[in-house]
Design a protein around this ligand. Structure first.
Ligand code: FAD
Length: 501
């Protein structure tokens, strides 16, 4: 009979963002009388050291850890993020904003976007940004968290930019304070248990062994446990998302502190700009099939708006996911579980989602296979819906200026995305499938921003007289614009509440 008692020991292999997020969350939730948690990391190997932009669900993770937001922003040289500005994506010279929060306000069962689409078809709609407090505030360089009450200020959605190394350090302090034991050392061998297809222990370079009931693989791209030991295979999505390299460089701050990430499309990839309190993070993500490393570095250096602070740093990756995220008593999180380029800042979120699901399905020592199957099914759906959202940015473009963009614009796409595009083209209708990450706001922002138009509108809005729709949307835009008058400049907000010392 299998042992159905609670876990006694958990071993986490890897001390990057994934490892320390898992350690801090498990220690906090399972408490001092829960399983003993050991984290093994190797300074010699190091971490990927990037990953500095986030999305709003991270607030739930901070709440789970009992993190004080001002302390967190101060400790990580953090800034606030209201969304992403996309430059040159639809065509050169065009820009749009993908905001957090929502557009406008629904009228009962008639969604805002149906009313907007109705006006749009009549040729009278203002740009979507006019109805988003986050987009308007971002353009004006303002920030504050949502305010109680019945005004657009209640709908401010936000996330953070932070220094990845400081974030890992911050989480490590939290985890160690909650009882996690850190072991420095390189894992050189994984010992399997005889009776079940499980991991019994890992062996470090100094010959010591760490045994556990549950192993969490946070070893990065290598996938030391999930792939090398447990045999997970990699599902490659490079044919849809061909970028496979990045070059990153920090620069000195210049100009006002923008409360958003900027993504600028280039000839064979795109460039990020992430403002922090002490520097700006920049990187160029590109497809090595279309661009050499030297060309990528030259493009990055030619498009910086501040003095470089270091030499450029090169990173390689592959896009896709492992076929199983959880096998036996091993769960993979972070880069060990898969990776999609950082266009919509989703990797840290995927770590968080994996931790939340793992807690929801926390195994006993019996490791019920039905939990494992369910976990794998839900994480697969999460990865795939994010994948489709990313593909939308590259596929729905008017750019045809390079082979890279021509190929992306004409390639076959996943069926679920084709379906979304067809539905949008007819009625401008957007939707959130199940509990997928991206909301209707996100799908609408990118569909419209990338230049997709609908030839009709959602019949739900047909019952409203056009005059009423017009008046309603004018009022929403006016109230939203007026609301930002109450918001301080982003830099002032930080100086007042959470300036790093
Ligand atoms: P790593 O940081 O690689 O850590 C792996 C750990 O495993 C290290 O501690 C290492 O020492 C340890 N290890 C490995 N092998 C061994 C061994 N044999 N023995 C002992 N220890 C071992 N995400 C976002 O959410 N937002 C972003 O803006 C963003 N930007 C990105 C930009 C780029 C170019 C890339 C590549 C990624 C980006 N990401 C972003 C993803 C993000 O960086 C990662 O999801 C995150 O850092 C988690 O990494 P990790 O902890 O899984 O792996």
């Amino acid at each position: 009979m299998t042992d159905n008692t609670p876990l006694q020991r958990i071993a986490i292999v890897g001390g990057g963002t994934a490892g320390w997020m898992a350690a801090a969350a498990l220690a906090r939730v399972l408490g001092p009388h829960g399983p003993a948690i050991t984290l093994i990391e190797s300074e010699e190997i190091g971490t990927v050291g990037v990953g500095e932009a986030t999305i709003p669900p991270i607030q739930a993770f901070n709440a789970l850890l009992g993190i004080d937001e001002a302390e967190f922003v101060r400790a990580t040289q953090g800034t606030f993020k209201l969304g992403i500005e996309f430059v040159d994506w639809r065509r050169r010279g065009h820009r749009y904003f993908h905001p957090f929060g929502v557009y406008g306000i629904d009228k009962g069962a008639v969604p805002f976007e149906a009313m907007w689409q109705r006006l749009h078809v009549a040729g009278e709609a203002q740009p979507l940004e006019s109805y988003s407090i986050c987009a308007i505030a971002a353009r004006a360089g303002r920030f504050m968290p949502p305010q109680p009450g019945n005004t657009p200020l209640a709908h401010i959605g936000y996330a953070f930019h932070f220094d990845a190394a400081l974030y890992a350090r911050f989480l490590r302090d939290k985890a160690e304070a909650a009882g996690v034991v850190r072991r420095e050392g390189r894992v050189v061998e994984v010992i399997r248990s005889g009776s079940r297809d499980f991991i019994a222990a890992v062996v470090l370079a100094d010959g010591s062994r760490v045994a556990a009931d549950l192993f969490i693989d946070c070893s990065g791209f290598r996938g030391l446990l999930i792939a090398d030991a447990m045999g997970a295979t990699f599902e490659d999505w490079g044919h849809w998302l061909p970028n496979d390299r990045a070059v990153a460089i920090p620069t000195a701050n210049t100009g006002p502190l923008t409360p958003y990430t900027r993504s600028t499309a280039q000839s064979a990839g795109w460039q990020w700009r992430i403002p922090l309190q002490h520097r700006v993070g920049n990187g160029h993500v590109y497809a090595s099939r279309h661009l050499s490393d030297d060309e990528a570095i030259a493009t990055l250096l030619a498009n910086l708006d501040g003095e470089p602070l270091t030499e450029p740093r090169q990173l390689r990756f592959r896009t896709g996911r492992v076929d199983r995220f959880w096998i036996g008593n091993c769960v993979a999180l972070g880069l060990a579980s898969g990776f999609m380029e950082p266009l919509e800042s989703t990797s840290i979120h995927l770590i968080q989602a994996g931790i939340a699901r793992m807690l929801e399905m926390l195994p006993t020592r019996a490791f019920e296979p039905a939990d494992t199957r369910r976990y794998n099914r839900l994480m697969t759906a999460e990865f795939e819906s994010i994948r489709d959202f990313l593909i939308l940015h590259f596929h729905a473009t008017e750019r045809r200026d390079t082979e890279y963009w021509r190929r992306l614009a004409t390639m076959p796409i996943p069926e679920a995305l084709s379906e979304r595009l067809a539905i949008y083209a007819r009625t401008g209708r957007v939707y959130r499938e199940g509990d997928e990450l991206f909301t209707k706001t996100s799908w609408l922002a990118v569909m419209d921003g990338q230049g997709r138009t609908a030839d009709g509108y959602d019949p739900l809005a047909a019952g409203m007289p056009l005059d009423e729709v017009r008046a309603r949307l004018e009022r929403i835009a006016a109230v939203t614009h007026a609301a930002i008058g109450h918001m301080p400049a982003h830099a002032d907000f930080i100086a007042r509440h959470c300036a790093a010392v």
